[in-house]
Design a protein around this ligand. Structure first.
Ligand code: PAF
Length: 273
């Protein structure tokens, strides 16, 4: 695996089929699945590790975000990753354009006000300098994938967005670097997030969409020490919240963000009906 640290070294890359996996490091099996899927599609893979200051609010975990570069490198080598991009903050952020996404003020954007604009800004810079043929992202960050889709269309990047289903622990808990903040008890509680999403989806298929059912699920999660920030059904393209209906039809995302202790977790299920 070749380590790249500057724009100059990137320019020297001569890959015909390059897939880009952006990360903030502290890699887990979910990230590695993105690398494996790209390899299956016969892409050369470039993974970036950069904790992007533009997407963190001032009371968030930017300073304490886990840094495990040594382990990350070994994991990437084991997946035959071709390139690891470790940009220098100064060079990457120099002259960066401030993006604004239409999705910035929805779902996770409500309690993380500049988060998605920060993600879009950094990914635009990455796409400009790396010039990948595809960008590979996990469905766990569903809202983020919409932001990137919008960005690609807006700037006409010749880059395909490939999304990969969420990697889960045996308990169903979506893999996330932030799971490392959880105690054993909290980890067990956190598994209820996914099982509740599944139960709610099943209820919608059986009974239609009733706001009362959602409310009951939120009460259940709260009783289990899961502090729900939002838990709702949204249109999978516009992210508008859906009205109650006995006969839903369309593409939807049932999505949640919740805090267990100080740890903020997200998860979702995408479905068509
Ligand atoms: O999902 C993440 O880890 C980050 O939002 C990303 C895509 C690497 C941008 O900083």
């Amino acid at each position: 695996m070749k380590i790249i640290k500057s724009n100059k070294e990137l320019e020297a890359l001569n890959s015909k089929k390059l897939a880009f996996v952006p990360t903030m490091g502290n890699l887990h099996a979910g990230h590695l699945k993105l690398v494996s899927e790209a390899k299956k599609l016969e892409y050369e893979v470039i993974v970036s590790i950069f904790v992007n200051p533009l997407q963190f609010g001032k009371d968030e975990d930017f300073d304490s975000y886990p840094k495990t570069l040594k382990e990350d490198k070994l994991k990437l080598i084991s997946k035959e990753c071709d390139y690891l991009f470790l940009p220098k903050s100064k060079e990457l952020l120099n002259g960066i354009h401030q993006e604004t996404s239409r999705y910035n003020n929805f779902l996770c954007g409500i309690d993380r006000p500049e988060h998605f604009n920060g993600v879009a800004s950094i990914i635009r810079k990455f796409l400009e300098i790396i010039k990948p043929n595809s960008i590979i992202m996990g469905e766990k960050d569903f809202q983020q994938t919409l932001v990137i889709k919008e960005l690609i269309i807006k700037h006409n990047f010749k880059c395909k967005l490939i999304t990969i289903p969420t990697a889960r622990e045996n308990s169903g808990l979506a893999m996330s670097s932030r799971n490392n903040y959880l105690t054993e008890t909290e980890r067990m509680q956190a598994a209820k997030i996914y099982s509740t999403l599944v139960d709610t989806k099943n209820l919608i298929f059986k009974n239609g969409f009733k706001r009362k059912d959602l409310k009951n699920k939120i009460i259940y999660l709260k009783k289990n020490n899961i502090n729900v920030i939002y838990f709702d059904l949204f249109d999978a393209e516009s992210l508008e919240s859906i009205n109650e209906s006995p006969h839903l039809k369309g593409n939807f995302v049932l999505a949640t963000a919740a805090k267990i202790g100080n740890t903020r977790l997200i998860d979702n299920i995408v479905f068509s009906i």
